[in-house]
Structures are given as C-alpha cells and as structure tokens.
Write a protein that binds this ligand. Sequence first.
Ligand SMILES: *Cc1c(COP(=O)(O)O)cnc(C)c1O
Length: 376
Amino acid sequence: MTNLTPMVDLKKQYLRIKPEIDAAIQRVLDSTAFIQGEEVANFEQNFAQYNGTKHVISCGNGTDALTAALLALGIGPGDEVITVPFTFIATVEAIALVGAKPVFVDVCKDTFNMDIQAVESAITPKTKAIIPVHLYGQCADMEPLLCIAKTNHISVIEDACQSVGTEYTFPDGSVKKAGSIGQIGCTSFFPSKTLGGFGDGGALMTDDDALAEKLRAICRHGSIERYHHQYVGLNSRLDTLQAAILNVKLKHLDEFITARRNAATYYYKALSEVDWLELPAKVPYSTHTFHQFTLKVKNGKRDAVKSHLAKNSIPSMIYYPVPVHLQPAYRSLGCQEGDFPVSEQLCKDVLSLPMHTELTEEQLQYICQTIVNFPL
Ligand SMILES: *Cc1c(COP(=O)(O)O)cnc(C)c1O
C-alpha cells in the first residue's frame, strides 16, 4: 500500500490552499502586528456571520473559552455545573478551575451526547449552568435542554469545540449553528479541529451585548479600559497569525465539511453489512460534520480491531478511553465505577477511524476492506 493516510492529514490540506495561506501569513509578517489588529477583528466578524451570532470574542484556545464563559456568568466556589463524563477533559477542567463543582449526567448510547432526560434530576439549588458537548460533530438535543434550563433559571454554555458548522433544527423548523444556541458557545481552533489553525486558538459566541463586553474584558485581564481592571480575568488572545490563517480556512470551511461528509458516506456504505460494528447514529434534529467518524465495536473486540488496523498500517484512535469521573484528577468528586454506565461502556467500545478533508477513495477502500477482513 503506497498511499496510506494519517489520522488527520493537515499537510495535504495545507498544500491544497498553500498560496492563500502563505500570502496571509506574509501579510502579518510584513505588518509586524502580531497581537490583535485588523486580521483578528475581521476573523471575529466573519466567524460571527458564519454562525449567525451577534458577537464573537476570540481567545487563546477552547479551554480558555469555557473558563471565560463560566467566569463571565459569575460561576465559582459553591456553584454546580452539569456536564457529561464522556468528553475531552477540558469541559470538566474549566468547571474545576473556576472553583465550581462538576456534576455529571450520563450520555445516550447511540448519539454519545448528553442524556437530556437525566438532567432534571441532577439540578439542585446550587446549579448555575449546564454544559452540553456536541461530540464528534453532532449536536446534543438542545430544545428540550433549553426548556429545562429556562424553567430552572440556569445558563447553557455549549461546548462546540468539535462541532463548528453543525446545524441544529428546532421543532418549529428554525435552524441554528452549534455554538450559537445557548447563552454562550465555546469553540476551539486546535489544528486537528474541523476549523483548525496552525497552533492554538479559540472563540466565544453570544447574542448578549453585556455578556459579550464582559467576555471580551475577561479574556484581556479583566480590563475594558487599559490598565483598569474590572474583573479577575485571563490573558487569552487569538494570535494575529492564527486569525489570518483562520480567515483563509473559514472561506473553505463548507467545502471541508462536504469532504468529511463524503468520507463518512463512504464509511457508512462500505461498513453497513459488518454486523459486529455499530455505525454512528444520525438524528433528525442535527446535521453531522464528522469531526470524528466514531463507531462502536460489539462483542468486546475493540482493542483487537484496533491492533488489526495498526498491523495493516491504518491509524485509529480511542476518544475517550477513560470517562472523566474515573480520572485520578477528579477522584475527589467521589464518583465510582458504575455511576455512569453508558459512558463507561462507550470508553470500552468506541473507535475513531481516519477522518479529514483529504481522504481518497483508494484510502477509504483500503481501510474498509481491512475492517471487513477482520477475522472475528
Ligand atoms: C478540543 C476540545 C476542547 C478544548 O479545546 P482546546 O483548544 O484544545 O483548549 C474542549 N472540549 C472539547 C469537547 C474538545 O474537543
């Protein structure tokens, strides 16, 4: 096999848009304006327009975005924030870092997203916010969640780090982009994300003018006027170089998403007959942008399938091998094995296949053939 694929092919994507990217980088180098400036303001405007949200506040990474969101809502010690244990650690880390207590609800076994029915019983008088995670590029079911939040006067912060460009459809037919649905949406431009820079980056989205001003201040050391500090803040900015790169890549985002969907369509078709696999579920209320193509391997054979792929030089990943409630760093929360059985089982069953914008039919065919040939 001459043309193997990595898990994510950033090199080939760069080469495809190299002239545009190189020109954008050169522009920043020529200006020597490396912090803030026009490129950052332009990107914030363009990204707000793409998402249909009034304000975008760029920041250093997705974890900072989550932290800033919690700080802006005044959440801290004594408060509880509901989220899921089947996510990247940053979702929960941000809650812990502001001094609040993460409270978990399990996820649904088919969508991998928050089990909305479990939310109500996790609410206490201390609950200040809920953070649904739109995992792998598909939205959690937001409409019923927003109803619960509204009834209980709780804020919703979306972790949209894996779901840039994903669309949620409300029961009345209206459509919103992931990250523009709750009070605040958070996203990441880590290089491997669906909209990735060439380094770290992140952004916050909100329609609320006052929150936007506060978020902007919090990301700039809590200051609105320079050297006057209203809030305890962060030093969290999107580099101008990253903004310039992201301005180029944002123009291609819908093509990138189409390329991911085409690869996913191939996987669905080629693997549909494999009865020991469960392919990612599609839901009526959300599109899927396939940040990951994550399937479940039945019969406890996940690790064997992973080694079989590796032996045939095909990379695959486990997102995530350990649920957050069983991570050593979060032991003090007092959770035990068995507390969130769906998340725990998913950690044993899930496997993510190579997924990016540059997958060729030849590569997809080889990956799928290798899976079909696995001697179960
Ligand atoms: C990537 C990611 C984050 C954190 O983003 P960084 O930019 O790496 O800080 C948070 N939550 C989820 C679900 C992510 O996938």
